[in-house]
Design a protein. Structure first.
Length: 231
């Protein structure tokens, strides 16, 4: 029975390996070229909790490696900007407004929404009723956390190495690799043992050599006619 493996799943395994080993440029290039997103987090519960509690220093590094719908990113960055304004971290708020791709797109497609945030940055005070006219900070956080939690998943770590290890274990169980054998993963080979045993033929005329790979070496007899050997 054959197993069908999706090419996207193979790419995701490779992406996870790149991410775990800090191969960030390779990760980004592969993700952009193949249009396959890993979109994994270590824990969805922790991810949601960080958003609900406004731990943006923990959220933003995770968001940087995810491919998320633009509208959901806009909602997230808008919330962060509002909270930075509330904390009077105005330089940070302006940097997010002007330097993130999602907010640049908001400026082009929803200029009124973008200008409202710009105006709030210029105020000398923060009015939550103006910032959240139809909701509250806590409710917006919960809504954003729920929306983003639908876009991510959790997978076991080091899937590539685990799969390779399982394949080698199977080969050992099938007798294809002796226990304790060192395996050259790149070449797909294992060193062949050179252990040999020697014994004389029953008539004591010849010395036969055999190795663990099944090869038998029989030296030529002294005469031109080879004697019959019992197999």
């Amino acid at each position: 029975m054959s197993l069908n493996i999706e090419a996207q799943d193979v790419l995701k395994v490779v992406l996870q390996f790149c991410k775990e080993n800090n191969l960030n440029q390779t990760y980004t290039a592969l993700q952009n070229e193949c249009q396959v997103s890993l979109n994994t987090v270590d824990s969805i519960e922790t991810f949601v909790s960080d958003i609900q509690n406004g731990r943006w220093d923990a959220v933003l590094p995770q968001i940087a490696s995810l491919k998320l719908p633009r509208k959901k990113l806009e909602d997230l960055y808008e919330q962060i900007v509002l909270e930075m304004i509330e904390l009077r971290e105005l330089d940070t708020a302006r940097a997010i407004l002007r330097q993130t791709q999602a907010m640049v797109q908001m400026k082009l497609e929803e200029p009124d929404r973008f200008l409202k945030l710009e105006h709030l940055c210029q105020r000398t005070y923060f009015d939550p009723r103006e910032a959240y006219p139809d909701s509250s900070k806590e409710k917006r956080r919960q809504r954003i956390a729920h929306a983003l939690s639908q876009e991510v998943t959790v997978v076991p770590p080091s899937r590539l190495m685990a799969l390779i290890g399982q394949a080698l274990k199977y080969q050992q169980l099938q007798g294809m690799l002796p226990p304790g054998t060192s395996f050259d993963l790149f070449r797909g080979t294992a060193p062949v043992s050179q252990e040999e045993e020697e014994t004389f033929t029953p008539d004591g005329q010849m010395l036969v050599t055999g190795s663990v790979d099944g090869f038998l070496e029989v030296p030529p007899p002294p005469s031109h006619c080879a004697p019959d050997l019992a197999h």
